[in-house]
Design a protein around this ligand. Structure first.
Ligand code: IMP
Length: 197
């Protein structure tokens, strides 16, 4: 079974990736563990392009592993799917999520419940040692809340309310979130695609 390298430096993501892929891929390394450094510009127009840019950069430095990379973001329908692929850069990379979340809530002021629909989207790209590439995409549907709620998770989680769960994703434990999240779903889809190869 081939080694997998996931193009991220984020430890939280690595925990999630390991817990989902471990039954199929026993050896999963982060970029750091694989001794690879890249800073590919994530300037694609879609989540898939950005994930491929990251995966290709690592694959170019490795050559014998399956390289995976993800890209995700928050789409708010009322804001024409903003912040979308610019989710990390919205209002500037260094602006706190307190400020970013407050800004989004303000931009939805007076917007009724049924027009506050939003989703977290995640694309995962794989680059195989023989050069083949594939991508998968998954999402979790929700609504933008009226205030921040919950202290788990990161980023836009405190304003992302999931009606079926009656909670924001910041009120879920890591395990609960992994079962329903865009990234958890996309990882499981990618696992199935890789098993078919
Ligand atoms: P990345 O591509 O996974 O690094 O995600 C890009 C950006 O999308 C993050 O910096 C967050 O702003 C936002 N985002 C993606 N996934 C989540 C999530 O699960 N919760 C909250 N924010 C997220």
């Amino acid at each position: 079974m081939k080694k997998v390298i996931f193009a991220t430096g984020n430890e939280g993501k690595m925990r999630e990736i390991r817990s989902i892929l471990a039954d199929t891929f026993p050896e999963i390394l982060s970029m750091r563990e694989a001794g690879i450094e890249t800073d590919a510009a994530e300037d694609g127009a879609t989540y898939e392009e950005n994930a491929l840019i990251k995966a290709r950069a690592v694959a170019a430095a490795d050559g014998e592993s399956i390289v995976l990379a993800d890209d995700s973001g928050l789409e708010i329908d009322f804001l024409d799917k903003e912040p979308g692929v610019y989710s990390a850069r919205y209002m500037g990379e260094d602006t706190s999520y307190r400020v970013k979340n407050a800004s989004l809530i303000r931009r939805l002021e007076g917007v009724p419940e049924e027009r506050r629909s939003a989703r977290f989207v995640c694309a995962i790209a794989a680059v195989l040692p023989d050069g083949r590439e594939l991508t998968v995409r998954a999402a979790i549907e929700g609504r933008i809340g009226y205030e921040e709620k919950g202290s788990n998770g990161f980023g836009y989680d405190p304003i992302f309310y999931v009606p079926e769960l009656g909670k924001t994703t910041a009120e879920l434990t890591e395990e609960e979130k992994n079962l329903v999240s865009h990234r958890g779903k996309a990882l499981r889809l990618m696992k199935e695609e890789l098993k078919k190869l």
